[in-house]
Design a protein. Structure first.
Length: 243
């Protein structure tokens, strides 16, 4: 397991699913972790359960709030080594049924929210000339999916935030990567019918859906020194669903 002892990490959207699994993985590796969520009570409860240093309320669509929180975390702990921009939403709609509010909400959360987080993280990490950022893309953003046009567009943008930021921040010692999960058993996929889950599992060479911990372990690797020469990559974690 990578050793993250002495590292300070921030995980947005860390109250459930992949985010919470990531918090646990980073804590297990020795990092001091702060997690955020939209609901303050839930964030505090999740932080306590996962052994995180704090759970804070944050709406990632609010650029000023993101900037303020990142600065506060870096100031309190003396630095910020790791940021995982996990906060996001997924709402499906057939192309002819997409409403304007769905577009606005998805893009403001998944794209603008990720961009706000990466921007604030980069500013905090510039002072130490080192850091690792991971954003949450999706195989849907890489390959598309019927009924998920807006979500796919948002996650394609997230992947390219990672690629572009990596090129810009590399000479400052800051690495930026993305993970692109496949179908993972989380709250986001809980609404799928059993037939849909079975269909996805059947299409996956490994014959099953993924677990949040499997994505979290990859994230833990990417933010560690073991991945010190990896940046600008989009790592698929999909059991071979897309080959």
């Amino acid at each position: 397991m990578p050793d993250l002892t002495g590292r300070v990490a921030l995980v947005t959207g860390g109250t459930r699913g992949i985010g919470l699994a990531t918090v646990r993985a980073l804590v297990e590796a020795g990092a001091t972790v702060v997690l955020t969520g939209r609901d303050e009570a839930r964030a505090k409860e999740a932080a306590s359960a996962a052994g995180a240093a704090a759970g804070l309320a944050l709406d990632v669509t609010d650029a000023k709030a993101v900037s303020s929180l990142v600065r506060a975390v870096a100031k309190e702990h003396g630095k910020l080594d790791v940021v995982v921009a996990n906060a996001g939403i997924m709402e499906d709609a057939l192309l002819g049924m997409i409403k304007e509010e769905l577009v606005d909400t998805t893009l403001s959360t998944n794209v603008a929210g990720t961009l706000h987080t990466v921007q604030a993280a980069a500013r905090a990490m510039m002072r130490k000339k080192t850091g690792a950022i991971v954003v949450l893309a999706s195989i849907v953003g890489e390959h598309g999916s019927a009924g998920q046009t807006v979500y796919a567009a948002s996650k394609a943008a997230v992947a390219n935030i990672a690629r572009s930021a990596a090129k810009e921040l590399g000479r400052s010692g800051i690495r930026v990567n993305a993970v692109a999960p496949g179908v993972i058993e989380t709250d986001l996929t809980a609404g799928l019918s059993e037939d849909a889950k079975a269909d996805n599992a059947g299409k996956t060479p490994l014959g099953r859906l993924g677990r949040p911990e499997e994505v979290a372990n990859a994230i833990r690797f990417l933010v560690s020194d073991e991945a010190s020469f990896i940046t600008g990559q989009v790592l698929g974690i999909d059991g071979g669903l897309v080959l």
